[in-house]
Structures are given as C-alpha cells and as structure tokens.
Design a protein. Structure first.
Length: 234
C-alpha cells in the first residue's frame, strides 16, 4: 500500500476523444472532470476575432449562391480551427505591435483579424480562390504567397526576412514568426507517385521516405527523428 499526503493533488490532461474512447471508467471516476476548449482560453478581443473569422469563412464558401462545405475550401477545417489560429497569432501580433510597428497607431483586433485571414489562405484550395469575387484575396494567394510548387515554397520559408514595413499602409506581418519552425506539413492534390526523387531542393539536401517501405509508425518516427538530428542543411 502506498500512502498519499492529504494535500496531494493530481491533474491529468487528456484529449476528450481519448478520455471517452481509451481510458477505463474506474480511472475516470476517480477524478473531477472539466472540459476545456480552446475557445475557453480566448479573451474578449480574441473571441471577437474568432467570431468574425467564422463569418469570413462562411461568406468565403457561399459564392454565387453555392453552399460549399468548408472542408472543401479550407483544408483541414474543423470547429476549433479559428480559435487555434487566433491563439497562435495573438502573441506574435502583440510582439510586433510592441516592436517594429510600435510607431504606428494600429489596432490589435483589426491586425489580428487581417493576419488570421492571410494565414487561412495558406490552407485554402486553389479552386476556392478562383471562385471568390474578392480580388485582394486572389492577389495575396497568387502574388504574395507561394502555392505554385514545393521549391518556391521552400525558398520562401528559408529566405524569410524580418517583417517589411510599408509607411503608406503599415500592417503587421506574422509570417516570419509563424514560419520560424523546423518542420512543415505540405498538403497537395498533385499525384506524387510519378515524381522522380530529386536530391536537392532550393539548395537543400532532400531525404525521401516511402511509406510502403516502412513496417509501422515507429519506423516512420525513427526515420523522421534521424532526419531532424542529421545535417541541418536538409
């Protein structure tokens, strides 16, 4: 028998799906249960932005009288997407407003909203952009962002510089901070089976991993870890 101090407290954090599907009932019954959603972590300003973003996505999908499923326009869309995006971008916008953009009279909510819209365009499908009647969205998608090919995107990420400030029309640019990570998931509808393996991309060495050569998810995890722990010029 193990004695436990009277003041001992334990907090177990699990995904709701895991709690319902995987954890045994006797274990769950030992705890007081609280459900925390990402929207519960938002302050009033962030909630306003998330709500406006949902309205933007709804309007973006209802073009020319067509009601297109949101997942067909925004890849990976789910009910928590806008809340997650607002949480991710908020500290970046706050840092930029206190830093390089501190000399401009910019509003946090409006800057966060515009930055969130631009980030949503990174996972928008090309056909949804073609359908929209908003020319500014098309300009951002086809001219400012990099959706044409993988090499162009890699060059954009690796050469990302500090936010450029336009004195005539200054707005926060969170992309440098947002893309300051070591890995990405690139989603495409292009068939890759017929693509010849290339050895370099935008000046970086490339490692190819074919899923059918792996026997389990552990093999994929090991291959990914080995790749990330190897030469950084990859």
């Amino acid at each position: 028998m193990c004695f436990v101090h009277d003041n001992f407290r334990a907090i177990v954090i699990v995904e709701s799906a895991q709690a319902i599907g995987d954890l045994p009932a006797p274990f769950l019954n030992r705890f007081e249960k609280q459900l925390i959603l990402k929207k519960d972590l938002l302050n009033s300003a962030q909630k306003n932005v998330a709500k406006t973003l949902e309205a933007f996505i709804k309007e973006y999908n209802e073009v020319m009288g067509m009601k297109i499923p949101k997942r067909n326009s925004i890849i990976g869309y789910n009910a928590d997407l806008t809340n997650s995006l607002v949480l991710k971008l908020s500290p970046i916008i706050e840092r930029q407003l206190a830093g390089p953009f501190s000399g401009f009279n910019l509003d946090f909510e409006s800057e966060l909203l515009e930055a969130s819209k631009k980030m949503l365009l990174w996972i928008a499908t090309p056909e949804s952009i073609v359908r929209t009647n908003v020319q500014t969205l098309k300009d951002i998608y086809f001219d400012q962002q990099k959706h044409n090919n993988l090499e162009e995107f890699v060059q954009f990420v690796t050469n990302s510089q500090s936010p450029m400030i336009d004195d005539q029309d200054p707005h926060c640019n969170p992309e440098k901070d947002f893309f300051n990570v070591s890995n990405f998931v690139v989603m495409t509808f292009s068939a890759l089976g017929s693509v010849e393996p290339f050895q370099s991309l935008a000046g970086l060495k490339v490692s190819w991993i074919k899923l059918h050569d792996l026997s389990s998810s552990l093999d994929l995890t090991k291959a990914t870890k080995d790749f990330l722990a190897s030469d950084t010029n990859q």
